[in-house]
Write a protein that binds this ligand. Structure first.
Ligand code: FAD
Length: 481
């Protein structure tokens, strides 16, 4: 927790905020903003349709702002369940939701923002509609950058060419097809035993939540479905998890890390720690200690990288020269060195201690920023530096009175969850007093309940529940289209 404020007062603040947000929703539903093309409201441009942008758009008051969202994808993606879709436990469409349902009063443009003119307050964009390459500019009074992160390959040769990633629906779709393809290929009569073993060796690089959850889901797919369909091949199958550090899931307490390792051992997932990858060829993964691991399919989930737009902005803003791949923002999420520009989610690093790049942080930051906008804080007129504050705080001016300083962003960590396979999950829950640590089958039920509750629409909830039921009764669909 930041700023000594107790866990419980943070919870209380969050309850007050939620009531406030509910009023905005109520007004939007029953007194929708009148569309008046003559009225000039400040233009708020939001880049992205991920976790941070989605929660911002849900809460923003469109009576006060003309909101324009620019993003190459016109849907929100529930990333924590991406590993489930990559093996078919859950269908792709069940975890995406059209972005417009979050708030129909915002304008959405399916495009990439490729540059920002910080002096003229213009975003320079390129459409993302196949066959319709359009370039255009959008003026902003306020800009929110919520473009997330890319995958970090650490410049390792061969990764881009030979590995699969797991960031977007298209990645999960490609992966699902590739897994089954390896089995089809290994079934050909001219394939040698050695080649068969290589083809059926599935390697996951990265022992963080994404890598571990994918390895766990893959294991379930292999033993619950593919073993039935390819009984002759199954003895040659192996799943290997490579981790450069000395343990996996290091966000969790040591005892839970041990439990995850034990569960992987029982699942025959081979975990190789202290395994730093130096190169990936078309058939082998080379490790720093000289070992060469043959593989048929490799998934790279080794960390977050910087989006091209973020990199460009970092190079343009002199105040960002200390930044390490994420835009430095002050405690009110204003980008250092860029007036009227804010950044949230994975592309932002709150000074002095950056928060983890998680959906929980991104979602809370998006909603926090929307409340700053809704509550009429003066977003472009910072008051002079107050004593003990390195940054001029964001404030609201009251006639004849002292300025009302906005509360800085405070992250309320509710805990972390991870699926570890064989219908087991791990949870580390914050209570403000002590951490509750759990692992096992009951925790899996908790994991399922949390993920159902966290879906952004009722439609998603029903679809995910239906998919789980379908998978349990009929198994995963492995047909190729
Ligand atoms: P994103 O959600 O990545 O959204 C970025 C948006 O910006 C996208 O809409 C993208 O299309 C858009 N964009 C990109 N470039 C541009 C551009 N140039 N112009 C305009 N728009 C652009 N976190 C958890 O807390 N719990 C989990 O269990 C968990 N599991 C995960 C599993 C996987 C497989 C992955 C990949 C991530 C997981 N995360 C999890 C992390 C979480 O998804 C991220 O922290 C979160 O998505 C960050 O939100 P964001 O809004 O910053 O970025």
């Amino acid at each position: 927790l930041v700023n000594e404020e107790s866990f419980f007062s943070l919870i209380l603040n969050r309850v007050v905020d939620t009531v406030d947000d509910a009023m905005v929703h109520f007004n939007r539903a029953f007194f929708p903003p009148k569309i008046d093309p003559q009225a000039r409201k400040p233009t708020l441009v939001i880049l992205g349709t991920g976790w941070a942008a989605h929660s911002l758009i849900k809460v923003i008051d469109t009576v006060k702002y003309d909101v324009k969202v620019i993003s190459p994808r016109n849907y929100f993606l529930f990333t924590p369940m991406l590993p489930s879709t990559a093996v078919g436990t859950v269908e792709f469409r069940s975890i995406v939701e059209t972005f417009r349902t979050a708030n129909p009063f915002v304008d959405y443009l399916e495009a990439y923002c490729v540059d920002v003119d910080l002096q003229k307050q213009l975003t320079l964009c390129e459409s993302n509609i196949p066959g319709e390459k359009r370039k255009f500019q959008i003026f902003y009074d306020y800009l929110v950058i919520a473009v997330g992160a890319s995958t970090n390959t650490f410049g390792t040769p061969g990764v881009q060419e030979h590995c699969y990633f797991l960031k977007e629906i298209s990645d999960a779709r490609g992966l699902r097809r590739a897994i089954v393809e390896r089995f089809e290929l290994a079934s050909f009569p001219d394939i040698s035993k050695e080649e068969k073993c290589r083809l059926l060796s599935f390697v996951v690089v990265g022992g963080g939540p994404t890598g571990c959850e994918f390895a766990a889901e893959l294991h379930d797919f292999l033993v619950q479905d593919l073993k039935r369909y390819y009984p002759k091949l199954f003895e040659d199958v192996q799943v290997i998890l490579l981790q450069s550090g000395d343990s996996i899931l290091t966000q969790f307490d040591r005892t839970l890390q041990e439990k995850a390792l034990e569960n992987f051992r029982q699942s025959n997932i081979r975990v190789i720690t202290k395994a730093r990858v130096t190169e990936v060829t078309s058939t082998h993964i080379l490790l720093v200690d000289g070992r060469e691991i043959p593989y048929g399919l490799a998934v790279w989930a080794a960390g977050n990288g910087t989006q091209p737009l973020t990199r460009l902005l970092l190079s343009k803003i002199p105040e960002q020269k200390e930044a390490r791949g994420r835009l430095l923002v002050d405690p009110w999420l204003r980008v250092k060195g860029a007036l009227n520009v804010f950044a949230v989610g994975d592309c932002a690093a709150v000074e002095p201690v950056p928060l983890p790049a998680t959906a929980q942080v991104a979602g809370q930051q998006g909603a926090y920023l929307a409340r700053l906008f809704n509550r009429d804080y003066c977003l472009s007129c910072p008051v002079p530096e107050s004593e003990g504050n390195s940054t001029a705080p964001l404030a609201k001016w009251r006639p004849g009175g002292s300025p009302e300083i906005a509360k800085p962003f405070q992250f309320l960590s509710l805990g972390i969850l991870a699926y570890i396979g064989r219908e087991r999950a791990m949870a580390q829950i914050e209570t403000g007093l002590e951490k509750i640590k759990m692992a096992g089958v009951l925790t899996y039920l908790l994991w399922q309940s949390v993920y159902i509750t966290k879906q952004v629409s009722f439609r998603n909830r029903v679809l995910v529940l239906f998919d789980w039921f379908k998978t349990r009764v009929f198994g995963r669909d492995m047909s190729q289209f």
